[in-house]
Design a protein around this ligand. Sequence first.
Ligand SMILES: Nc1ncnc2c1ncn2[C@@H]1O[C@H](COP(=O)(O)OP(=O)(O)O)[C@@H](O)[C@H]1O
Ligand SMILES: [Mg+2]
Length: 393
Amino acid sequence: MRSLFRDESKLDINYTPRHLQHRDFQLELMSQYFRHALETPGKMTQRVIVTGKVGTGKTVLTQHFGQKITREAQRRSIPLRYIHVNCRQNKGSFFLVLQRIVTEFHPTFPKRGYSAEELLQVLMQILDEQDAYLLITLDELEPLIENEGSDPLYKLTRIAESHPKEPGRLSLICILRELRWLNKLDASTRSTLQSNILTLDDYTQKQLQDILNDRIPLAFRADVVPEETVMLTSELGEEEGGNARYAIELLWRAGKYADAEKSGEVTPEHVRKAVGSVYSTVRRDEIATLAPHEKLLLLALARRFQQTAAAHLSMGDAEESYRIVCEEFDEEPRGHTQLWKYVKRLSNLGVINATISTSGVRGKTTLIGLPRVPASDLENELTGFLKPEAGRI
Ligand SMILES: Nc1ncnc2c1ncn2[C@@H]1O[C@H](COP(=O)(O)OP(=O)(O)O)[C@@H](O)[C@H]1O
Ligand SMILES: [Mg+2]
């Protein structure tokens, strides 16, 4: 039996689609923000924040924009480079991020012997020598802020101003899932960053359907993915927060199930079978960006759920387990109000669900459920992130 796939790499997370669906307006807005980079290069630098939930196309949108603006610059003979760096993959280290950027210009640049500060100087020197402009996208910026605070962004945004007579060479796009990370920056860095914010809304079911239908002919053989399958996958993607990544991965796994069963097509039943297994990979990087105490709370919940057959935990139970976990990690537990905020956020992210119960003798209480992921998987996932590494959780 032949595989139903024509080329499954087209559903891979690292594949960049040729066309973007439903993001014309946002691409145009980016072009507007960076218009002067093409019209009056060097006169002024720009900073834009792109924000949106996981799977709303932040990475793919900025990459497309990067290609678009470099093409246009080339047409006008403007030496503009676009470099896309993922801060999480570079361990949230400014040094590694800068090293990545410098080696784009000089692949053999020595890996040792320079500080972050010096690398930044080297970079500016290269740009001056080549009389070039650079647009950097800092993707998944959260770990860089978490590790190094305001410093990297402060330096990157100020570098132009420290040489007032020289042309502005460095522009920035910052990608954040949530704008609340900006609160961790000092006021002046924050204010230079937050003037241009582009928010990517969750995809609707219909939009996800279009995204899938665009990808299916590249990934699958003709007529093996019926429209009902696309409907179900896009519905589940919408429920998952308008998450295109989820929808695409779900379809890929459904295809794998169909192949394993030697089926002639990918059916809705294959999608349903795939649902359970997609969750953990999609959630992994979501968990990575949680604040330390949100991770501790989630770990506490994961452990408690393994000890109980109940479907829900009370807020009191949650707090108690959280305090035990804090003790283990030698962390000062946060107060009730703060915990409440964590519960709300985790619930907004869909990792847990929180409902108010009005039954029971003590009146209202919050009930916490873990709807989708096995508690043991969640615990394993979290322990990976919470290894007390260099005194930091
Ligand atoms: N508008 C779109 N058109 C086509 N594919 C898209 C679109 N938006 C997202 N995708 C695809 O969905 C997946 C998730 O997008 P990504 O840019 O990684 O999201 P984010 O960075 O916001 O988490 C990727 O495989 C991407 O190619
Ligand atoms: Mg991304």
